[in-house]
Ligand binder design. Structure first.
Ligand SMILES: [Zn+2]
Length: 474
């Protein structure tokens, strides 16, 4: 899995205030006055003003909130492709009839089922399985995982021992972070076909999701022994790094979390982390109207181990790649900062699972920052003046991984993401965010989801975000 990272600002930087003659002020860093221009660094990039409109520049030390956090753009999902088996090679005709003109022929499905119920011949069963599988695959292709699961379940009622069908159903469960349910299906498939490399491969994923790293390692080793596979190879290397490091770790468990931490960390801190996470879990669950199906894995690291294991650049604060990975070097009790980081990362787990990994990064980061309690007050002036200069943020280009962004660009992306989510929540309520996430879970394009819920295009949304900032903070 690609580990997704985000920028962290330094804990404190020298922040300057540029006072304009018209009474406005701009908070910026690295202000330089030369050649009749005042140029400065902002969260929206390097900007400059004619010196003639500047009244004065005041330099001061100001603490800057650190984003210390990271996006998990497919947090709940390992980069593992669907099993390479088709549930029904034959019955092309039934398959074509079951899904026509972009919709599922439910009447045909019902008819095939009642035919099979009346006379349970292999042909009748094969037809039901082919039609229901086609319907399920169609559901997956349009993002309707709920429907897809229902169709697979009907097919499994008629063909409980069909290994290909079990694998496809398990794959869908894995995509939905329903690891225990996936494991039940895979255990059943293994009894029928003990040497299937696909069963071992997907079982490894299920164990990994359940934070049973050692079991994941042994399944993936087994899968590789049965068939070479680069996806398994990559997943195995990552899991082995985790397993080696965590073999000496201590564990803690609560209803919703499985925590692992270095023997060097204080047990009291581990207990406080779990207590904090449990209360944050309830709050986020109510806010986003979602309950993750499995306990969430959390690993606390000393800073150096965090870098070694995650291979993250030095400026990364914490990250979420399906498990929350949080460095706690030097802490012996809970701090406000750590509680915020935990809430931010936990929000990523909720959003990623609620949308089966489909939520774009800007929305993920906006919601995570909003939930941790961050607001746009200090960035409002900069963002608004960037907008006036047509240097606004392009939401469309920040949907996918932020891994390659420079620190400055990432910092600007964080600020715009927060402002956009804050504007939506303030103007239209948290329920709109929930509805947008539901639509993203069920269809691919984020801008369509935004349009369906808010009747806004991305460009409209930028404009209303800036209007909100001016109203709220100017
Ligand atoms: Zn984040």
């Amino acid at each position: 899995m690609a580990v997704c990272l985000a920028a962290a600002l330094p804990q404190s930087v020298s922040a300057d205030t540029i006072y304009l003659k018209n009474g406005r002020k701009i908070t910026a860093t690295h202000v330089v006055q030369e050649n009749g221009q005042v140029s400065y660094e902002t969260s929206a990039g390097r900007l400059s003003l004619p010196a003639s409109i500047v009244d004065r520049v005041v330099r001061e030390i100001e603490s800057v909130d650190s984003p210390r956090t990271t996006p998990p753009d497919k947090a709940a999902n390992l980069p593992i492709a669907p099993p390479n088996v088709l549930a029904q090679p034959a019955n092309d005709e039934v398959t074509r009839a079951a899904v026509r003109d972009g919709s599922i022929d439910l009447a045909l499905l019902a008819k095939l089922e009642s035919e099979a119920d009346a006379n349970l011949t292999p042909t009748a069963v094969a037809r039901v399985v082919a039609a229901e599988t086609a319907a399920a695959q169609f559901g997956i292709s349009v993002g309707d995982f709920e429907q897809a699961a229902a169709h697979y379940n009907v097919a499994l009622r008629y063909a409980p021992d069909n290994v290909a069908l079990l694998l496809e159903t398990a794959y869908l469960r894995l995509r939905r972070s329903e690891y225990s349910a996936a494991l039940n299906l895979l255990d059943h498939a293994r009894r029928i076909e003990p040497d299937s490399p696909d069963v071992a491969k997907l079982s490894g994923w299920a164990y990994y999701g359940l934070n049973r790293t050692e079991d994941a390692v042994s399944e993936w080793k087994r899968a590789l022994a049965l068939r070479p596979d680069v996806e398994v190879q990559n997943a195995l290397e990552k899991a082995e790094r985790d397993a080696r490091e965590e073999s000496t770790y201590r564990e803690g468990e609560t209803l919703h979390f499985r925590l692992r931490y270095n023997g060097g960390a204080a047990p009291e801190l581990a207990r406080e982390v779990l207590r904090t996470l449990e209360s944050e879990f309830n709050e986020i669950s109510l806010t986003l109207d979602y309950v993750p199906p499995e306990p969430i894995g959390v690993v606390l690291y000393t800073n150096q181990t965090f870098m070694d294991i995650t291979r993250a650049p030095s400026w990364v604060g914490a990250l979420n790649d399906g498990r929350m990975r949080v460095p706690v070097e030097g802490l012996s009790t809970m701090t406000d900062e750590l509680a915020r980081v935990l809430k931010h990362e936990l929000t990523h787990s909720f959003v990623a699972q609620k949308t089966s990994g489909r939520c774009p990064v800007w929305l993920q980061e906006g919601i995570a920052q909003y939930m941790e309690g961050k607001r746009s007050r200090s960035a409002a002036g900069t963002l608004s003046s960037a907008y006036e200069r047509h240097m606004e943020f392009s939401l469309a280009s920040y949907e996918t991984s932020w891994l390659n962004l420079s620190r400055e660009t990432a910092s600007s992306a964080y600020a715009w993401s927060l402002a956009t989510v804050e504007a939506i929540v303030t103007v239209d309520g948290m329920i709109s965010i929930e509805r947008i996430l539901d639509r993203i879970a069920a269809q691919s394009a984020t801008e369509d989801a935004i349009h369906a819920v808010l009747h806004d295009s991305y460009a409209d949304l930028m404009q209303s975000t800036v209007q909100y900032l001016r109203k709220a903070y100017f």
